[in-house]
Design a binder for this molecule. Sequence first.
Ligand SMILES: CCCCCCCCCCCCCCCC(=O)SCCNC(=O)CCNC(=O)[C@H](O)C(C)(C)COP(=O)(O)O
Ligand SMILES: Nc1ncnc2c1ncn2[C@@H]1O[C@H](COP(=O)(O)O)[C@@H](OP(=O)(O)O)[C@H]1O
Length: 303
Amino acid sequence: MAARRSPFMPTYLEAILLSIYPTTLVVGSLFAVLDPVARAAPYNTTTQSHYANTAPSYFAKKSNVFNIFFVKQGWAWVTFSYLFFLFTHPSAGPVGSLAATPKRIRGLLRYGIVTLWWIFVTQWFFGPPIIDRGFLLTGGQCDLLELADEGKLEMDNTRQFVTGVACKAIGGKWKGGHDISGHVFLLVLGSMFIFEEVLHVVTNSTRSKEERTILMSDGAVKSAEVEAERVTPEVSGQWTLGAKIMLGVAALSLYMLLMTAAYFHTWFEKLTGLLVAMSGIFVVYFLPRAVPALRQLIGMPGV
Ligand SMILES: CCCCCCCCCCCCCCCC(=O)SCCNC(=O)CCNC(=O)[C@H](O)C(C)(C)COP(=O)(O)O
Ligand SMILES: Nc1ncnc2c1ncn2[C@@H]1O[C@H](COP(=O)(O)O)[C@@H](OP(=O)(O)O)[C@H]1O
């Protein structure tokens, strides 16, 4: 009998999904280099964006409606679509009831950990979020020179504005250090979370054989199916409205990721955004396959 795949190895479908992200970033970045319109448009290297009045496309403007209402509220979209899915999909519990079934609780825990990672990286990490701490640690600071020149500000310690939000709020420029792309981070984390949670609907509805392997406490490597609570493929594979909305949110996220890659940021800022997002996905969706205690706590989607 052939040896089973390592629990850390993605399944075939997961491998395709994981490869979509670097591919999207490379395609978007190449577009920026090759498209004559994008090349000709002036680019501000401090803000890593085009100027609004000479932007090469609607999507190159920060004020574009998808940025304002979708990405800037990105975690709210992920949250509402997932909660709706979790409480209306028959594989997780009785439809039409808010009963706290074990599968719903484990789903909420997975969401909670991914959300905590989003909070730590973009909102708050015992003070400024990780993105802002990384920026300051790599030598960045809030540049208030223009305001000081205009006499609107006393030039005291500019490092007191230790978050990007506080700096921009008073009219300063967040300048100098390494700025992990918050957009790339959020769009990758949110859409990969959705794909991982909805994958069992795809595989069950198409009856595809996608074996996720797990490490048992006795060291044996088995199929995740051995721990699955009995739900038929007909139930697990139902394309409910919640599942479709989730895929819609993930699809729009991928499109906005392409736009971010094409019109904003350096290659390195996009790469670090991708890696920081993927580290959260690894902890919630791959680590439990090799750590039985963690698997018992947060489970695996569809199991
Ligand atoms: C076993 C451990 C369990 C741990 C449980 C912890 C649970 C914590 C749950 C807390 C619930 C939070 C619910 C959150 C609901 C929302 O999503 S409301 C907020 C909506 N806001 C957003 O979506 C903002 C998204 N925007 C950003 O993150 C940033 O703007 C950006 C896109 C990263 C860009 O940054 P800029 O600086 O603006 O460029
Ligand atoms: N796809 C996109 N569409 C519009 N604006 C984007 C964008 N990707 C990044 N930006 C903008 O680029 C800046 C840096 O993004 P981030 O670091 O989150 O990736 C942010 O500007 P503002 O902070 O001025 O809104 C953000 O709005």
